[in-house]
Design a protein around this ligand. Structure first.
Ligand SMILES: *Cc1c(COP(=O)(O)O)cnc(C)c1O
Length: 366
């Protein structure tokens, strides 16, 4: 097999042992003679998968007993609507941080249902830094406070969650759940699509505090978009995304075997440090993001000479380094370094970036 490293922001590389397990299970899961793709979701075999995955998620993420773990569909983008539709009343104030394209999209969606109060915005700085704490302005009261823990497109990550006393904290952790320990008790709702660190697209993990299930959703909130519907049916109100649910379980198993979220945090820290340390030694590459706001997962950078970008990407692919192009909203380059990225991938990237710099800094033609 050709060895390549996939720096995509999503969907992303999966751990090789997970892919191998899928392959060996594919035609016959655990002696059932059936593929997971063929199983009825309420049958004994899939129920075993569903229950063991639920237990693993609770264990690996240390989910307290007073929280439900839901396996939903519609991606993180559906959560942009589900959060206000379940936690606010029509026209009630919902507080949002505006720190990059994902939080921006979340708050724009919420405006259909609630009165959005922007606590702080990084728009003036082109989302190159998280707004400094002394610029935050909270409303007097709010149905909830929403923020995006890791801004996947702009490459920013909160080191500590914000807090508004007495107000449920809601976090989009689509690109960094499972990469560090999280004190879930501080949150009302955490949601994450699976295709960054948790598995494959098709399932969305939602962790919701039980008392919030009792909040009356808006009168017009569809049954399918009520958290309570899914909490009461074990995420089987309708046919769940069985295969992505199963893959998510394999990924959590792999993380547990690797040493859990503490080890994932160490790995993420050291991958990011290698890349940023190198970037800080050179001005051949530009680093738009302020150091204190840098994401450990999505390293955003540019070439000082943007005309070299196409050559950079083409040469990278020749070295087996794929998907280093920045998001179409911001351009430039981005290396996404999720849990499944081995140190060897980081080493190969650095080796290539140094060689590319040397070649072009000496004025030689590629
Ligand atoms: C990828 C991503 C999303 C979008 O997820 P979908 O599953 O495509 O809806 C939302 N928020 C963040 C932070 C992301 O990284």
């Amino acid at each position: 097999m050709t060895r390549v490293f996939n720096f995509s922001a999503g969907p992303v590389a999966l751990p090789l042992p997970v892919l191998s397990k899928i392959k060996s299970d594919l035609l016959d899961w655990d002696g059932t003679g059936m593929s997971v793709m063929e199983m009825p979701h309420r049958g004994a075999a899939f129920m075993r998968i569903a229950e063991s995955t639920q237990a693993l998620v609770r264990e690996v993420l240390s989910v307290p007993d007073n929280y439900h773990v839901l396996f939903l569909q519609g991606g993180a983008r559906t959560q942009f609507a589900m959060v206000p539709l379940n936690l606010a009343q029509q026209g009630e104030v919902a507080a949002y941080f505006d720190t990059g394209s994902w939080s921006r999209l979340a708050l724009e969606e919420a405006k259909h249902y609630a009165k959005v109060h922007v606590v702080a915005s990084g728009a003036d700085a082109d989302y190159t830094r998280l707004p400094p704490q002394d610029s935050w302005s909270f409303p007097e009261t709010a149905a909830y406070l929403h923020y995006t823990d890791n801004e996947t497109v702009h490459g920013l990550e909160f080191a500590e969650p914000p807090e508004m006393p007495g107000v449920p904290l809601v976090s989009d952790m689509s690109s960094n759940l499972l990469t560090k320990p999280v004190d879930i008790a501080r949150y009302g709702v955490i949601y994450a699509c699976a295709q960054k660190n948790l598995g494959i697209a098709g399932v969305t993990l939602v962790i919701v505090r039980d008392d919030l299930l009792e909040r009356a959703p808006m009168a017009f909130t569809p049954t399918m978009l009520r958290y309570k519907t899914h909490a009461e049916s074990g995420s089987m109100y309708n046919t769940p995304p069985c295969f992505p649910w199963y893959v998510l379980g394999l990924v959590f198993e792999w993380v547990k075997e690797q040493g859990g979220v503490l080890q994932m945090a160490k790995n993420a820290e050291s991958r990011a440090r290698c890349v940023y340390d190198y970037l800080d030694t050179t001005d051949f590459y530009e680093k738009p993001v302020e150091a204190a706001s840098r994401s450990r997962l999505n390293v955003v950078f540019r070439l000082r000479d943007p005309a070299l970008e196409a050559a950079f990407l083409a040469r990278a692919e020749k070295e087996g380094l794929f998907h280093l192009k920045g998001h179409r909203f911001v351009g430039g380059l981005r290396a996404s370094l999720y849990n499944a990225m081995p140190q060897a991938g980081v080493d190969a990237l650095l080796c290539f970036m140094k060689a590319f710099e040397q070649e072009h800094a000496c004025g030689r033609v590629a």
